[in-house]
Design a protein around this ligand. Structure first.
Ligand code: MV4
Length: 459
């Protein structure tokens, strides 16, 4: 086992990794920016080191700074968590070159899955269904994009070849819109990822976003731990995730699970990962991308399987083989995660500042992952995710009841959060029935009236 692990992250995931290391008996080193000197992950780790100023580019994304912290403190492993350097192939490679084990897949697999057109190509060849879209290496010229748009028939989505998670994504409904939006999307992709290469995909309306958790060892053994429905998103930021997906039957779960395992197997993937699919209303499903990291919503899968994914990621990084077979994976009940963001819900703006009072909800089937405490100041420099409330129940109905009770109990004073939005969603009849798709949250946007309200006006 590792002698010491450096946690190359902050916030909820840094704390989650430190807890896993405690259980495994591995001492931890926290890194922090000057904006995070009072952060909980710094207090919880065995040792800590400042790696730079607040701007992430100079601290949590500063590869030389993090590597020198790891070697100075005698760490032999680095856990990147999610976000920041977690899907940076250069960082994974630099760790190995410095004699550090990167807790995650090999650099090759990070790069491969980071190139979305290449991932689509590999999946097509492996018999994993993908949506009709641009072939080859993607498109950089408008005239090629227009040819693809015509072939695919509108509406289509413009996506960044180096993107992911919906960043820089644009729906276009005709050739005129495509001509206008293509250069804009390219500019955004250039700014965000340093690449002007895009690809087009047929736009699937009213789909559900269903992703499978996979776990793979470095001996080519791969299993899946079921799915998470992540359809409830706002501007490509997930808000609620749940497992099981309310509309999957056992036959479809097995079919999609097999496709997810196949996706990991064909490339020889190792460690934890997520295969994202879109599920159409007619139950056809399509691979959209693979995430080569532990995800924010991993806790949902942990609650239904009882498997600690962070401990697994660390064990797998040592080269340990998988200890369970697919048949031994047991799914118990239903779990949901509610992401609590420090944000002003009306104005859609982050709401950083001083937390004057924090009381986390508790009780049977209630789990809270947070970096908040009384008197903590939420910095302006990073992602506004401040807590994750995860509930588990024997049934989805029980999980919903626990979520309502827990969200009423949860108190965060001093900053604004989206807890009121969660409580509204928890009373939405379609959400309660499990009948929702990726467009669900539009009805909670000020600009778009709820379908019922629109229907009333029309009548
Ligand atoms: C799509 C799609 C429909 N058609 N691709 C968003 C996140 C990224 N991983 C992929 N995403 C989507 N890709 C095609 N071809 C729908 C989504 C999508 C979505 C789109 C609009 C509003 C909310 C959404 C939530 C989840 C997925």
């Amino acid at each position: 086992m590792f002698k010491k692990l450096l946690v190359a992250n902050r916030g909820t995931i840094a704390i989650r990794i430190i807890r896993a290391c405690r259980e495994l008996g591995i001492p931890t080193v926290a890194v922090y920016s000057t904006a995070d000197k009072d952060a909980l992950h710094v207090r919880m780790a065995d040792e800590s080191v400042c790696i730079g100023p607040p701007a992430a580019e100079n601290s949590y994304l500063n590869i030389p700074s993090i590597l020198s912290a790891a070697t100075t403190f005698g760490a032999d492993a680095v856990h990147p968590g999610y976000g920041f350097l977690s899907e940076n192939g250069d960082f994974a490679e630099a760790c190995q070159r410095s004699g550090l084990t990167f807790v995650g897949p090999r650099a090759r697999h990070i790069r491969l899955m980071g190139d979305k057109p290449r991932a689509r190509r590999i999946m097509t060849r492996a018999g994993v269904p993908v949506l009709p879209g641009s072939e080859g290496k993607g498109v950089t010229e408008l005239r090629d994009a227009l040819a693809d748009g015509k072939r695919l028939r509108f509406p289509v989505l413009i996506k960044a070849a180096a993107g992911g998670g919906g960043k820089g994504m644009r729906v276009v409904r005709d050739a005129n819109e495509l001509s206008k939006m293509f250069p804009i999307a390219q500019g955004e992709s250039e700014a965000a990822f340093g690449s002007r290469t895009m690809y087009l995909e047929k736009y699937l309306e009213r789909a559900r976003h269903v992703e499978f958790q996979i776990v793979a060892d470095s001996h080519r053994d791969v299993i899946h731990l079921g799915e998470r429905d992540c359809s409830i998103q706002r501007r490509h930021q997930k808000v609620i995730e749940e497992s099981p997906c309310p509309v999957l039957n056992e036959r479809l779960r097995q079919k999609m699970g097999k496709a997810a395992v196949r996706a990991a197997e064909v490339v020889g993937y190792s460690n934890v990962g997520t295969v994202e699919f879109l599920l159409a209303p007619n139950h056809e499903f399509y691979f959209i991308e693979m995430n080569t990291r532990i995800q924010v919503e991993h806790g949902v899968t942990e609650m239904v399987t009882g498997i600690d994914l962070v401990k697994e990621s660390i064990r797998l990084a040592t080269g340990e083989p998988l200890r369970i077979k697919q048949k031994q994976v047991k799914f118990d009940g239903a779990a949901m995660e509610f992401r609590i963001y420090a944000e002003d819900p009306d104005r859609h703006l982050p709401s950083p500042g001083l937390v004057t009072h924090h009381h986390a909800a508790g009780g049977l089937g209630v789990r809270v992952e947070t970096a908040l405490y009384d008197g903590y100041r939420v910095p302006v420099h990073y992602d506004p995710l401040v807590a994750k409330l995860i509930v588990h129940g024997a049934t989805r109905k029980e999980a919903l009841a626990r979520a309502r009770a827990a969200l009423r109990e949860y108190q965060i004073d001093g900053i604004k959060t989206n807890i009121p939005l969660h409580l509204k969603i928890l009373h939405d009849p379609d959400f309660i029935r499990g009948e929702f798709a990726t467009d669900f949250l539009n009805r909670y946007e000020k600009s778009a009236p709820a379908p019922e309200a629109a229907a009333l006006k029309a009548s």
